[in-house]
Design a protein around this ligand. Sequence first.
Ligand SMILES: Nc1ncnc2c1ncn2[C@@H]1O[C@H](COP(=O)(O)OP(=O)(O)OP(=O)(O)O)[C@@H](O)[C@H]1O
Ligand SMILES: [Mg+2]
Length: 511
Amino acid sequence: MSLDALLEGDIAGPMASPGTVILRGEGLSKAFGGNQAVDQVSFDLRAGEVHAFVGENGAGKSTLAKLIAGVLNSDEGTLEVDGSPVHFPGPHDAQAAGIAMVHQELSVVSSLSVAENVLFGVEPSRWGWMHRQKMSATARKYLDVVGLHVPPNLSTARLSTAQRQLLEIAHVLALNARIIILDEPTSSLATSDAHHLRELIGALREAGRTVVLVSHDFDEVLDVADRVTCLRDGQWVCTEPAETLDHDKLIRLVTGRDVLVAPREARVHTGEAPVLEVRELTGPGLVHADLVLHPGEILGIGGLVGSGRTELMRILAGDVRPTAGSMMLFGESFAPSAPSAALKRGVSLVPESRKEQGLILHATVLQNIELAALDSLGSGPFFRAGAARMLAAEYVEKLRIKVSSVHAPVNSLSGGNQQKVVLAKVLATQPRVLLLDEPTKGIDVGAKAEILTLMRGLAAQGISVVMVSSVLQELLDSCDRIVVMRGGRTVGDLENVDISEEDLARLAFAG
Ligand SMILES: Nc1ncnc2c1ncn2[C@@H]1O[C@H](COP(=O)(O)OP(=O)(O)OP(=O)(O)O)[C@@H](O)[C@H]1O
Ligand SMILES: [Mg+2]
């Protein structure tokens, strides 16, 4: 079934003609303890528009989205739908008014099947009593539309993070809302799925729906949004038509300053022995990879999704076992049987799917970093609590993690700041080889530049960094050398001197 046909179904609430204001927020405020997350924000949403919310990590985007979706209640201010005041005590009330949200933190129910998740909470009267077969067929339509090709009866527990993200989008489509809020839907998606989602958002707009898109990806924002609202420290900064904006203007709006990545300094080769040597490595998703990493080097890995980049990182981190080939670390054979074994040898990975990676959400920022540091700081009676606290405070500052104190629970942090805690945890293990898989996804534009600067600082201390990124410009900005992968093979190894995005793209696509 095509998307158009699917979208012709019943829509919760009346449809307005394109351009009509269908929702208005006036003076909305929300505080958590003493933290004013949303501060007197007024805005409106129109029928048939894609409205982007942008702002730094912790600016209040998700909180504002939750106020619209009835997930949170405002302390002050009013919401109007179709010109009448509304109050949504909970998300179901917002859904009844035609508003549904895909959350930044995934909320699919693992104990249910894929089909059950798609149709979860969908008014049974609309489908009638559904037996399993009909339910599967109905769910299938939504799964097809989002491009999630898995059997509807599959257990949700078996899905990857990206697949769960697509499942949530399918679920929100099934709710048939006229205002659909997507909170960073692409930050855990592969590039191809992200492109598909852009098309889907365009189709929703054509069908007269309103999409609120929260995103740090300015290309995506400029590509799909009609209007852009910027928040800073919980306050409304502006709402602008997207056609009046460009990349640089967005950076200034979001950060209030010009963010410049300092020019990269060419690294002098001193002919040191390699830190890591990978020869003819073969494994799941990997056909043949060769790699040499020098001390203090930042090595970039480029290539399309599915080219073997993540697979190579997972083998290096001891997460997956290779089937053939050799790895040498500091001149000795390296064949880690588990991530803990790699960690003992000084190799740490910040994985791509950070949403499900090892944060203990109800524990504090300090406890999370402490746990990771146990090995390097020593445990048991000799565990140095003071040292751990200093380390945690150091990373909170270095990574500019927005948190009232290191004693705040991780689940009180914004999504991007939680990701920075994952990075802090890995840094706290004091790795000698740091592996970063898409380190800047979901991270705001200012913090991206800071993470790149931090990587350079680590490299200057002799730590070697391997970084996978889908953003070629990011590789060119930070790496000393770039290896390109295609079809499970390393197909190019270029010193980062006078190479262009086109050179890299040609290598990644050719063949
Ligand atoms: N449940 C909560 N408890 C306490 N504080 C919270 C809670 N949720 C959010 N906050 C705080 O409110 C502020 C705004 O957070 P919010 O999640 O809205 O930011 P955001 O703009 O979505 O950021 P990101 O880009 O990182 O997702 C932050 O300072 C955050 O720590
Ligand atoms: Mg958020």
